[in-house]
Design a protein around this ligand. Structure first.
Ligand SMILES: NC(=O)c1ccc[n+]([C@@H]2O[C@H](COP(=O)([O-])OP(=O)(O)OC[C@H]3O[C@@H](n4cnc5c(N)ncnc54)[C@H](OP(=O)(O)O)[C@@H]3O)[C@@H](O)[C@H]2O)c1
Length: 306
């Protein structure tokens, strides 16, 4: 009596389990939309195919979509708007801190507080929403990507004040950080962060202490380049011998091993692997059902030392 009953029909299975992201329950397996707008070395994805992929993602239980206004100068956001409208079923995480100029060619830093605000407004417009659930501040102090110089070197506290104001005004639900150092993460903790998005994978483990700090503070860790990216010349998770061997033993793909390791490595890990292929998306969502043995985890943990 008085106890809420859950009938089997109400039990929702979310790929990879669930995480409360800025108050929204999301599947730990999400989706990164950059490949829909920018595929290094390959032609752009057809818009209808991109929308079909986004619909398939939701059908598979993906409820967390990572994007940015600067992915194709609004292209990724507009595809997301066309696919989902403004439904709350999908939690959108966008980012600010850079802009496209000479559209859609050149990416430049846009780190000043007024530029962060303008970028939130541009995101709201292209996404067709009155509020963005989460916005990450993408810092440009270190590789990969553009490095801020001159008046684009902006004090983090000034940026956090602007993001807090945007949150108070209700234009964004919450904010996080991207491409930050441990010191910057510590500095920002009192502002209340929803997530951190740094480059991190089996071949890029430099964020380990930040991941621990996020876990201790119930902050999601949603790494970019979880497979090592689509950019040529960067180390790739799927090329690691230990990953290939684990995939062989388990009868899954090397990409799935790399993503399964991430999921198993931290309870606050959210996946936003990027793909332009529905078949790859389906494989990536299926990672939630892969269990890596302790022995395989140890072998994979050693990859970073290679
Ligand atoms: N905050 C930041 O600075 C920042 C920077 C970069 C990216 N991001 C975000 O992070 C997301 C993920 O990063 P990312 O897309 O650059 O790199 P990624 O997820 O590490 O790798 C994407 C590459 O992996 C391939 N791939 C994905 N699933 C696969 C599978 N099952 N089998 C084989 N290949 C597979 C994709 O090719 P196919 O298209 O052929 O599947 C693509 O070439 C982005 O989409 C974006 O939302 C954020």
């Amino acid at each position: 009596m008085g106890t809420a009953m859950t009938t089997p029909a109400e039990v929702v299975t979310r790929p990879g389990g669930e995480w409360l992201l800025a108050g929204h329950p999301v599947a730990r397996i999400g989706y990164g939309a950059m490949q829909l707008a920018e595929r290094p070395g390959r032609p752009p994805v057809d818009a209808d195919d991109a929308i079909a992929l986004l619909h398939r993602a939701l059908e598979l239980g993906v409820t967390h979509i990572d994007t940015a206004e600067f992915y194709g100068h609004g292209t990724a956001n507009e595809l997301i708007r066309r696919a989902f409208g403004d439904t709350d079923e999908v939690v959108i995480v966008s980012k600010v801190g850079a802009d496209r100029v000479d559209a859609p060619v050149r990416l430049v830093a846009a780190q000043k507080p007024n530029e962060l605000r303008a970028s939130v407004e541009a995101n709201l417009k292209s996404l067709g929403r009155e509020r963005i659930a989460v916005v990450n501040l993408r810092r440009a102090d270190a590789q990969p990507g553009i490095i801020a110089s001159g008046d684009q070197i902006v004090n983090l506290d000034d940026q956090l004040a602007e993001l807090s104001a945007l949150r108070d005004e209700g234009l964004i639900g919450a904010f996080g950080l991207s491409n930050v150092s441990l010191e910057q993460l510590q500095q920002a903790l009192p502002s209340g962060l929803a997530c951190v998005q740094n480059s991190y994978s089996l071949v890029e483990r430099s964020g380990e202490r930040m991941l621990d700090l996020c876990r201790a503070n119930d902050i999601a860790w949603a790494p970019f380049f979880p497979l090592g990216s689509a950019f040529p010349g960067r180390p790739k998770v799927v090329e690691q011998p230990a990953v290939i061997e684990a995939a062989r033993q388990l009868g899954v793909t090397p990409s799935q091993v790399g993503l399964a390791w991430l999921l198993q490595h931290g309870p606050n890990m959210l996946l936003i692997a990027g793909t332009s292929s529905i078949a790859h998306l389906e494989q990536n969502v299926a990672v939630g059902d892969i269990k890596l043995s302790d022995e395989i985890m140890v072998a994979l943990d050693a990859v970073s030392a290679n």
